[in-house]
Design a protein around this ligand. Structure first.
Ligand SMILES: [Zn+2]
Length: 222
């Protein structure tokens, strides 16, 4: 068990690195064609860990907003099935936060587990870092199951990007659209990805993997 956890830790460490670097860039077409293959709709159940300054209502509102982008494009909706409050401060290192989440919820009864945190003091600190142009990751997803998300703040585009990672395994980031590796979601100091749109290739892959089993480890592309 211990060994397994360490393994997750190692994988997560790799994830955090990926989150900050642009490793695999997928070519991408922006033109969005209408498609009917978003049906049937996949309902993704979520356990929320509502951290500091986040209520379960806040989390529900975030999922509703995220679904406004998610459902029409790929036919996936997030559904908050369980929500638990916590006063635990999210570790500043996402890898630590991720390991903590995994240890608490090794077998969640839902498809995904999302820990949301919003610390006002931290926001000020992050504002300063932004002024200094130091990139501050806002969210991360694990690289083993692609089901554990840790996130600071309540930006639906940030969550949309992470949900994209839960269904795209062939590459990490794309040249265009929501899955672009650098953008507001990862680096608050840079211009926003305003569209909230997946490029066509990313939509194809998300739809292909739409009914994936979250309890199975994912096989990632190189
Ligand atoms: Zn990413």
């Amino acid at each position: 068990m211990k060994k397994g956890l360490r393994k997750v830790g190692e994988r997560v460490r790799r994830l955090v690195v990926i989150g900050v670097c642009l490793v695999l860039l997928q070519g991408c077409t922006e033109a969005i064609r209408k498609r009917s293959d978003i049906y049937p709709i996949r309902k993704v159940t979520v356990t929320t860990i509502a951290g500091r300054n986040v209520s379960c209502e806040d989390a529900g509102g975030l999922y509703v907003k995220t679904n406004e982008y998610l459902e029409p494009q790929v036919g996936i909706v997030l559904y908050q099935e369980v929500c638990a409050d916590t006063d635990v401060k999210m570790p500043s290192d996402f890898m630590d936060a991720m390991n903590r989440l995994y240890q608490e919820y090794p077998e969640p009864g839902t498809n995904m587990v999302i820990w949301l945190d919003r610390d006002t003091g931290e926001l000020i600190k992050r504002g300063l870092l932004k002024l200094l142009m130091i990139p501050q990751p806002q969210a991360a997803i694990d690289d083993v199951y692609r089901r554990y998300i840790v996130m600071r703040g309540l930006d639906p585009i940030v969550l949309l990007h992470e949900i994209g990672h839960a269904f795209i395994f062939s590459h990490t980031h794309s040249e265009k659209g929501v899955m672009k590796g650098v953008g507001i979601q990862l680096f608050p100091g840079t211009p926003a990805i305003s569209s909230g749109t997946f490029c066509e290739e990313d939509r194809d892959e998300i739809i292909r993997n739409k009914f994936r089993d979250f309890s199975k480890k994912v096989k990632l592309g190189k």
